[in-house]
Design a protein around this ligand. Structure first.
Ligand SMILES: [Zn+2]
Length: 85
């Protein structure tokens, strides 16, 4: 089972336990980071540009199910759609 991609109107829901809020997400990303070093040599990332990103797996923090998520509407998504119609 693959992980469905999130959109502005949807969120993940664990199909086994109904969890909506807590997931461990394994992702690969290709990013450009602007590192700002201080005089001591410690660095901070001040800007991040994501060039490409893939979600590999999503594990539910409640029941540990892996990749058992479905897309459901976010609260208010239906109301907004009705307003725009
Ligand atoms: Zn779950």
């Amino acid at each position: 089972m693959t992980v469905p991609a999130l959109t502005a109107e949807t969120r993940w829901r664990c199909t086994l336990c109904g969890n909506l809020t807590r997931f461990d997400v394994t992702r690969t990303a290709r990013v450009v980071e602007y590192l700002h070093f201080d005089l001591a040599g410690d660095s901070k990332v001040e800007e991040t540009e994501v060039l490409a990103e893939t979600v590999e797996s999503v594990r539910c923090r409640w029941c540990n199910a892996v990749d058992q998520v479905e897309l459901v509407d976010r609260p208010g998504a239906e109301a907004e759609a009705a307003e725009q119609a």
